[in-house]
Design a protein. Structure first.
Length: 206
């Protein structure tokens, strides 16, 4: 194998690693004892399909002992989320943003490039304020339940952790969902448990 081919293969391997999962192992600063977690998104964050106290933020709050502020707005698209986020960050002053957005862009078949740019904008807003970010990838609303690749690309670009398997796994199992796009209480609990594991692996929670 000549030198140029070896370098080319090495670069391809690095690129595959970044897109396929290296971002999942990214580290976060440890959360302070009184650190607030901001769960920001649409109906998946709000907890549509489950009862009061059964959304993933409510379950995660009980699992972590940290306040998890639920700012999910059903039906919201990512452009509206980007416009809403600055006020929420100012109000809550969180230590960590859990960002789960883009589902309604996908459902409405809006331009994915715009959704990706809106997610980047939200992450920049958080980082400018010293807020750490973890990203949740939303699966495409089709039989594949595969998240669009821009989620992994963004996580790699900003070197932030990503949870990209949990929602696809949950929505692929009838006993864990209330309809074809929303988990039920058991599904949201599994999402909260997956996020707890990701937070522990990232070093945010001991």
């Amino acid at each position: 194998m000549n030198g140029k081919l070896r370098i080319r293969l090495l670069l391809l391997g690095i690129g595959f690693c970044l897109l396929a999962g290296c971002a999942e192992s990214q580290k976060l600063p440890p959360l302070p004892g009184d650190g607030v977690l901001l769960a920001f998104g649409d109906s998946l964050t709000f907890g549509t399909g489950a009862g009061e106290g059964e959304s993933y933020p409510a379950v995660l709050e009980r699992l972590t002992g940290h306040k998890v502020a639920n700012y999910g707005v059903p039906g919201e698209i990512s452009a509206d989320g980007l416009a809403r986020l600055p006020g929420v960050l100012e109000r809550e002053r969180p230590a960590l943003l859990i960002l789960c957005h883009g589902a309604n862009d996908l459902l409405r078949r809006l331009d994915q490039r715009h959704a990706a740019e809106n997610l980047r904008g939200m992450i920049r807003l958080a980082h400018e304020r010293g807020v750490a970010v973890i990203l949740i990838a939303v699966p495409a609303p089709d039989l594949s339940l595969t998240p669009p690749k821009f989620y992994s690309e963004i996580a790699a670009e900003f070197a932030i952790p990503i949870e990209k398997k949990a929602l696809a796994r949950i929505l692929g199992k009838g006993s864990l969902k209330s309809d074809y796009i929303h988990p039920n209480a058991a599904g949201y609990r599994q999402l909260a448990e997956a996020l707890l594991s990701r937070l522990e692996k990232s070093g945010a929670i001991p």
